[in-house]
Structure formats: C-alpha cells, structure tokens
Design a protein around this ligand. Structure first.
Ligand SMILES: [Zn+2]
Length: 120
C-alpha cells in the first residue's frame, strides 16, 4: 500500500479491509472483535479511537501511550532531516538541549539565541 497508514491501522489494533478510497476513507476490522468493521478515514481516525475507547478501554490506554511516544520520535527525526539538508561543511555535532542533532555553527548560534530569548 502506497499511502502511509496511521499507527492505529497498521495491524496491531485494526487491519484495513479492501481499498483505501481516493479521499482517504477506509474500512478496517477490529483486532479484538471477531466480526467488527469500523468505517473511518486515514486522516481522521476518530471513529477507530472511539471504538477502542468504548469497546477496549485497556487497549485504548496502551494505544494512546504508544502512539504519543511514536509521534514524538517522528518529530525529532524530521527535525534532524531538515537540518542535515541545509548542513554544509562546518557542523556542530552531539547533544544539544538533550537532542542529538547536527547543526552548522551559524544555526547552532541562532538556536542558542532563540533559546535564550524564548526562555527569558
Ligand atoms: Zn473491537
């Protein structure tokens, strides 16, 4: 499948049934109910959330915890990618405010400036 599925539809909680529509609407079967299909949308997964919350509260709690960990990780790697695109010769490597990132010295200085300003 070419489209990137949201975590909730990647098979652990729901599996996608059939094709995903052009507009992103999708049918998915619940992994915890024998014959339950939930209609939803790959960009708006509210219906799947609702089903887990109502039908499988323990699983839902686990899902929320796992999902938020995952999205934090994804954000950090996006930052890293964006930065390395612009990186030229001179880089600053290593820990930077607790994140492992690479910056040019100019970018690093700018970040320090921003950091100082925002925190005052
Ligand atoms: Zn279910």
């Amino acid at each position: 499948m070419a489209k990137q599925l949201p975590f909730i539809l990647q098979g652990r909680y729901f599996t996608v049934k059939g094709e995903i529509d052009q507009d992103g609407s999708v049918n998915a079967s619940c992994q915890f109910c024998p014959n339950k299909t939930v209609k939803g949308h790959i960009h708006a997964t509210t219906n799947f959330h609702k089903h887990l919350k109502a039908g499988h509260p323990t699983t839902y709690t686990e899902f929320i915890a796992t999902n938020s960990r995952k999205s934090r990780k994804r954000k950090q790697s996006e930052i890293r990618e964006n930065v390395s695109d612009e990186t030229e010769n001179e880089t600053v490597k290593g820990e930077f405010f607790g994140k492992k990132l690479r910056y040019t010295k100019e970018q690093a200085n700018q970040l320090i400036m921003d950091y100082v300003v925002t925190d005052m």
